[in-house]
Design a protein around this ligand. Structure first.
Ligand code: CA
Length: 755
């Protein structure tokens, strides 16, 4: 890439606005798609979209309603789907799909699948193309709310085009003279008000020669309108040989009029190639905020494939009115509001590294997300924790507090900060519906100092996450000058101490009378923990690793515990789950002891050696994870990707640092993967991370320099990065056990670090 970088510099110096390098073509959207219910290699689908797009598109190989909409091992395509799915476990909403067919008319998704092979498909973030085995070729390119599709039919016979409005209430309305189809879909899996609707509009380049609708299972040839629980429309065309059918599609959550406005604005008069090139340049502009210079092509592909995943969610749920002002249909109160709304995000996953990456590299997105959080509070009475599109009952914690504190501490100001404070306090002392909103067990948390088990499911994990959230709230309140709130929540942020069993060295469940849960096995999953065991949750004290190390009996003991996690046999007890959940199977497959990188709670743990004065051990394990657990292939992740989080781990870690404790304006240093990484930051600042003598056998930092001065710290300040500069590492195949071992080198903790 070195030559390309020179071209970029040349273009910048000539005042070109577009980045010339094709970062987007390093992305493999199929990374992670070789997944099943039983075992996840990512549980992703090839999202064809612009960054954070309102609508995504994906080929559909699974049947309707199957969360595994595209599985790499499937052999047929059943449609091309407008999707909003953040995870197969949450499933989709507001879906419709289209499918061109040749020959016989088959409407049902169970029957219309056409076989294909991966040799005949090309997946890019900005375009998906496939030639199916029946000779029909489809290419699709996205805009923010719309898409343009080109179809080639192999013969004049039976050139059909199916519009599957799916189930749950929908309409297909064919305007044969206008070459248009309009309609709506209402399907969802929860988290929507009663009036929830996705209005769509399609326009075709060629005259509609024949039409009909299938209502539930009854076919009505010649009919123009179908409105019922399940509706499929069909059109037939006569596209002359050598021509392509062009289909332009758009939609809106606000109204049919808005769908038409989105259509006029984004796809009217635009060719497929124009839309494709525009989407590609949008990806290149966003991906190009990190320029990697290295000759390891596989790692470059992995890096940009991961960065693409980070830039998909949360989804921009807002649209633009006639005056180009943002407004949205609220999935909370069902009304129309001005401003920004984001959705399709589980903060339990994404607070860790996705949102911190936005705060660092995409602060304009972070600012809008903050406004959206306040809007959700105004419209529903709670901050979101798992939204798709409204509140969903999934996972635990008050991690919305982490997002707000992290953004504010790192300089994001463009939101109602007082309202946010009110919302944060409220989130800690009220229970919402579903239970994952607000604080489940808040009374006991504040009176007993922990959430008791079994009174509350996953109670120990909840306590640990609430304690971290309280610390986030205390930091935020202090920054706003609210010292009383700050001091109250700082004191409860020590509540993690109440569930650490010093006699065993592990976090452990405790009942209402204060007795430890018995029997105890650190390898037992579930029960008081969430999708993990005590091996994983014992480290969930992001804000006070120093305090945790003291509970463990000091740095050497903590290092020993970390070593043990990586070397203990990957035995397990599936506990209250009653069967081997996929996260357990993935941990066993990793062969990294009890370390379970395939799930989120433990993903910061390798960095903790930096607190226990053994940073070279962090460097060793992080490089192992970077090298062994990520590949730019369909089986390229070691567990659920989860809304960009497992990808964001790679993006940060490959750059050489990671936000172990969001809410604190510093990053903990790991081991840089590449020769050179340039961060293109706001205010035309750049921050460069360089490494020399690097390579797969040289994960260790021998020495480092920040802006030309010797640098021994195991962390770097957020502001040192965004003010611009150069961090240079000299790498080695041997650990430097004298570097980064003094008190001043350790990352900060709530408990003050002393010599
Ligand atoms: Ca997960």
């Amino acid at each position: 890439m070195r030559r390309a970088i020179a071209i970029i510099i040349l273009l910048f110096s000539l005042n070109f606005s577009l980045i010339a390098e094709n970062f987007a073509d390093y992305v493999n959207p199929l990374m992670g798609t070789q997944s099943t219910y039983e075992f996840s290699h990512g549980n992703t689908y090839p999202a064809v979209a612009v960054p954070w797009g309102l609508n995504f598109w994906s080929p559909q190989t699974g049947e309707n309603r199957n969360g595994w909409m595209y599985a790499y091992t499937d052999t047929v395509i059943r449609g091309f789907k407008q999707t909003h799915q953040p995870s197969p476990w949450i499933n989709d909403y507001a879906v419709f799909s289209v499918m061109p067919l040749s020959g016989e008319l088959k409407l049902s998704h169970k029957e219309r699948g056409v076989s294909f092979t991966h040799q005949n498909e090309e997946a890019r973030p900005y375009c998906y193309s496939v030639k199916m085995d029946n000779g029909v070729e489809v290419s699709l390119a996205p805009t923010r709310t719309s898409s343009v599709m080109e179809v080639s039919y192999p013969s004049l016979q039976g050139q059909y085009f199916i519009i599957d409005a799916q189930h749950g209430g929908c309409k297909v309305d064919i305007d044969q003279m206008g070459r248009k189809v309009t309609g709506y879909v209402k399907n969802h899996n929860g988290g929507v008000p009663a009036n929830f609707t996705n209005y769509y509009v399609m326009e075709f380049s060629h005259p509609i020669a024949e039409k009909g609708v299938m209502i539930n299972d009854s076919l009505f040839a010649g009919r123009s309108v179908g409105e019922h629980d399940r509706v499929c429309g069909y059109l037939r065309f006569i596209v002359p040989e050598g021509e392509k059918l062009t289909v332009r599609m758009s939609s809106s959550f606000i109204s049919l009029e808005q769908a038409k406005l989105n259509f006029r604005r984004e796809v009217t008069g635009k060719s497929f190639n124009e839309v494709k090139e525009l989407a590609k340049s949008q990806w290149n502009n966003m991906l190009g905020r990190v320029v990697v210079d290295d000759d390891n092509e596989e790692a470059l592909k992995t890096f940009y494939s991961c960065l693409y995943r980070v830039l998909l969610f949360p989804r921009e749920f807002y649209e633009y009115d006639e005056e180009e002002q943002p407004y949205y249909y609220s999935p909370y109160d069902g009304k129309i509001h001005e401003g920004y709304m984001y959705t399709d995000n589980g903060f339990w996953d994404t607070f860790r590294a996705v949102h911190p990456l936005f705060t660092l590299l995409y602060p304009e997105v972070s600012e809008r997300v903050m406004q959206s959080l306040v809007n959700v509070y105004n419209e529903s009475g709670f901050l979101p924790e798992w939204a798709s599109p409204g509140h969903r009952g999934c996972m635990i914690g008050n991690n919305s507090l982490s997002l707000i504190a992290d953004a504010y501490i790192k300089g994001i100001r463009g939101f109602d900060t007082q309202k946010a404070l009110e919302a944060m306090v409220h989130q800690t002392e009220a229970q919402g519906d579903p239970l994952s909103v607000g604080r489940n067990g808040y009374e006991e948390y504040f009176t007993l100092g922990y959430v008791p088990y079994p009174d509350y499911y996953e109670a120990t994990a909840k306590t640990l996450e609430y304690a971290y959230a309280d610390w986030c709230l205390s930091v935020y309140a202090r920054a706003l000058g609210e010292v009383d709130i700050a001091s109250d929540y700082e004191s409860t942020s020590y509540n993690y101490e109440n569930l650490f069993d010093k006699s065993l060295g592990f976090m452990r469940g405790k009942n209402r009378s204060g007795e430890w849960l018995f029997p105890f096995k650190p390898e037992e999953w579930g029960g008081p923990f969430t999708e993990g065991s005590s091996w994983h949750y014992t480290w969930s004290v992001m804000h006070d690793i120093e305090g945790l190390s003291r509970l463990m009996g000091g740095y050497n003991n903590m290092t020993f515990m970390l070593d043990s996690m990586f070397t203990a046999p990957p035995v397990y007890d599936y506990g209250t789950y009653g069967f081997v959940i996929h996260e357990i199977a993935e941990m066993v497959a990793l062969d990294m002891g009890q370390y379970a990188h395939g799930n989120q709670p433990v993903q910061h743990a390798a960095y903790l050696y930096n607190y226990s004065r053994a940073p070279w051990k962090a460097q060793y394990h992080i490089r192992q994870i970077l090298d062994k657990l990520y590949k730019p292939t369909p089986d390229g992740y070691c567990g659920d990707e989860d809304n960009g989080q497992t990808s964001a781990w790679y993006v940060f870690s490959a750059m050489g640092f990671y936000p172990v404790c969001p809410g604190r304006a510093e990053y903990v240093i790991g081991t840089p993967l590449f020769d050179k990484v340039t961060l293109n930051l706001p205010a035309n600042k750049t921050f460069i991370i360089e490494s020399t003598n690097n390579g797969s056998v040289s994960p260790y930092i021998k020495s480092a320099e920040l802006n030309g001065k010797r640098y021994t710290k195991n962390y770097i300040s957020h502001f040192d990065i965004i003010n611009g500069g150069t961090l240079r590492f000299n790498m080695s195949d041997k650990p430097n056990i004298k570097r980064g071992i003094n008190a001043e080198d350790a990352p900060a903790s709530l408990t003050k670090v002393e010599n």
